[in-house]
Design a protein around this ligand. Structure first.
Ligand code: FES
Length: 183
């Protein structure tokens, strides 16, 4: 009769102390340590990237996110230079900022008044395809040379293909100067 060694259920029990890890267990520990190390490095890298990268992104992209940068009120000139009962063509230079790019635009506006106090300012750009309209005094109308559109003195379309009236600006007078702003 051969005496059986080990546990009666066939599982060898290792003593709690003085236990030498088996080869497989040692490998498991090393893999776990490696995983922990890789995870730790990954987390630290992410934290550093977030700390450095997020402000850098805002620094670079911030100005590009800014919309317009257009001057609010645009000064055209002295209000007293505008004749009553007709159209006076006035010009201004407008600065626009889009991201880091600043451009200037020459703006031409027809300004009219019936009483010297209330002013109407209309764009001289035809709303069809963008040609410049001109004012013909004796016909009391604006004409577009490109496709023969006609606009009334208030900018409404009288003839031709434009889909809408001439663009109108809000106006104000301060210290004798007339200002316009896009509506
Ligand atoms: S661009 Fe003015 S009518 Fe066509």
């Amino acid at each position: 009769m051969v005496e059986e060694k080990g546990h009666p259920n066939g599982i060898d029990e290792q003593p709690a102390t003085d236990a030498k890890p088996k080869a497989g267990e040692d490998l498991d520990h090393r893999v776990s340590r490696r995983k922990l190390l890789v995870t730790g490095v990954g987390v630290m890298s992410g934290a550093i990237a977030a700390t450095v990268g997020v402000p850098a992104i805002f620094y670079v992209a911030g100005p590009a996110q800014e919309q317009g940068g257009e001057q609010d009120w645009i000064r055209l000139g002295t209000a007293s230079s505008i004749e009553t009962g007709t159209q006076t063509l006035m010009k201004a230079t407008v600065e626009r900022r889009a991201g880091y790019l600043t451009t200037t635009e020459e703006l031409s506006v027809f300004v009219s008044t019936e009483n010297g106090a209330d002013f109407v300012a209309l764009s001289n750009i035809c709303t069809h395809l963008g040609c410049r309209v001109r004012w013909v005094d004796d016909q009391n109308a604006f004409f577009c040379p490109c496709h023969n559109a006609v606009f009334g003195p208030d900018g409404t379309v009288l003839e031709g293909p434009p889909p809408r009236p001439l663009d109108r600006f809000e106006t104000k007078v301060e210290d004798g100067q007339i200002f316009i702003r896009r509506t």
